[in-house]
Design a binder for this molecule. Structure first.
Ligand SMILES: Cc1ncc(COP(=O)(O)O)c(C=O)c1O
Length: 333
């Protein structure tokens, strides 16, 4: 019943989360998983705007519940459920090159905003294949949303807490979106997520009678305490400096592979990196070889051909060197 009866630590956690941002006029709603945080964001869009469509991006990942799959534009997750899904998503291309921004602006200009409740995006796509958009992307969406009174939702469940070299990736370009989704690292290993929204938007949840959002284990005290402890450590550690150092290490070793004719691209930011292989079969082989050597990595992207590295802040240079040497050996196969 922790979700119904607020207690001191839970309130403290809300305050601590808000203290991470310049904008203090915020309200935090907690979830158990990242998917929950996105669900809350989706419902907030519908409740607040009364409009029915949400723009999301190709290759995006926002969770796998029936509410979030329409926005998770990876077909292998959507297709088995397609005929049961309520399709409120309008899919846009996720720009990867600067020249694609112009196309995006043109498409936005043509859009009739009367049905659009919001736009949701990851500032760098994680499970979609570590895709880094060109600078200016967020600003374009931010300005568009402000002008058309559409809500901007940024999903930093993956990128949040300094993975990309800023506390939150949106801070490279904008002050604060209308709604921000946080998860993963937030719980310090325990299940908790947060949907952080501007107060005047989040007040739509205040209704008489039964709460519109509740769940048995929501804001479980262990998760709250773990998250409070994580945030305390996060403030103490010089995380951004560590990430800058680690980014240099990533560049040094990953770029050694750049000339291989089996590799299409190497990209990333901070401690979030991906190697895109030309052939899916080859990517799978490399991934299997790494597992056998005891290194757990993931294959991302629609084609599962992007080997991703999103390690803990404290990974050692030696380990990365070892991984790269295994990949080099496989590339010679
Ligand atoms: C960007 C993003 N959004 C949402 C989610 C869903 O979070 P969870 O798996 O905790 O439900 C993930 C999970 O990988 C994610 O990367």
């Amino acid at each position: 019943m922790a979700d119904l009866f607020p207690y001191e630590e839970r309130e403290k956690l809300s305050e601590k989360i808000i203290s991470l941002f310049k904008n203090k006029n915020l309200y935090v709603t907690f979830g158990i998983s990242g998917t929950d945080a996105v669900e809350i964001a989706i419902k907030t869009l519908f409740l607040y705007t009364k409009k029915e469509k949400i723009i999301s991006f190709k290759n995006s990942y926002h969770g796998l519940s029936m509410g979030t799959i329409p926005l998770t534009n990876l077909k292998h997750f959507q297709n088995p459920f397609r005929k049961f899904l309520k399709n409120y998503s309008i899919e846009f291309e996720f720009p990867e090159k600067e020249e694609e921004l112009e196309k995006l602006e043109k498409k936005l200009k043509k859009l009739n905003p009367s049905k659009i409740a919001g736009i949701i995006l990851e500032p760098i796509q994680g499970r979609g294949g570590i895709k880094v958009p060109p600078r200016g992307f967020l600003k374009i969406l931010y300005e568009f949303c402000k002008e058309k009174e559409i809500l901007l939702v940024i999903d930093e469940i993956f990128t949040g807490f300094s993975k990309t070299g800023k506390d939150f990736c949106f801070q490279y370009e904008i002050d604060f979106p209308d709604i921000l989704c946080l998860g993963k690292a937030l719980g310090g290993g325990f299940p908790i997520s947060a949907c952080v929204g501007k107060k005047d938007i989040m007040k739509v949840w205040k209704v008489k009678g039964d709460p519109l959002y509740a769940s048995t284990f929501l804001t479980h005290p262990l998760s709250i305490i773990s998250s409070l402890y994580f945030l305390e450590l996060y403030k103490k550690e010089k995380t951004l400096e560590i990430v800058k150092e680690k980014e240099k290490i990533f560049k040094k070793y990953l770029y050694e592979l750049k000339d291989s004719n089996k590799i299409k691209d190497i990209r990333g930011k901070g401690i979030m990196w991906g190697i895109e292989f030309k052939e899916e079969k080859f990517a799978l082989k490399i991934w299997e070889n790494l597992i056998q050597k005891g290194f757990l990595t993931l294959l991302e992207g629609e084609k599962k051909n992007v080997l991703s590295f999103v390690p803990s802040l404290y990974f050692s240079e030696e380990k990365l060197k070892e991984i790269i040497s295994h990949i080099k050996n496989s590339l010679r196969m």
